[in-house]
Design a protein around this ligand. Structure first.
Ligand SMILES: [Zn+2]
Length: 77
């Protein structure tokens, strides 16, 4: 599975939860990160954190995460 993560803010781009082919086609052309607007992604990442409440999460603060979601811990490339 080639799940992409944003190189800039490490947001994991969720493309695996689409149900219809039409949705898949639409989703597969995501070219910009929904969080930071960056168009640079990588599929080479390891581990992730699920940020539910960025306001209260120390991890979110240290990663400078402002929106809930899954974020890659390490980017390899
Ligand atoms: Zn981003």
């Amino acid at each position: 599975m080639n799940v992409r993560a944003c190189r800039k803010c490490r947001k994991i781009i969720e493309e695996d939860n689409v149900k219809t082919t039409a949705e898949k086609k639409k989703r597969s052309v995501i070219k910009e990160c929904p969080v930071c607007g960056s168009s640079s992604f990588t599929t080479f990442w390891k581990g992730y954190v699920l940020i539910i409440d960025p306001e209260k999460s120390e991890v979110a603060k240290s990663m400078d995460v402002k929106l809930p979601g899954r974020y890659a811990l390490r980017l390899s490339r």
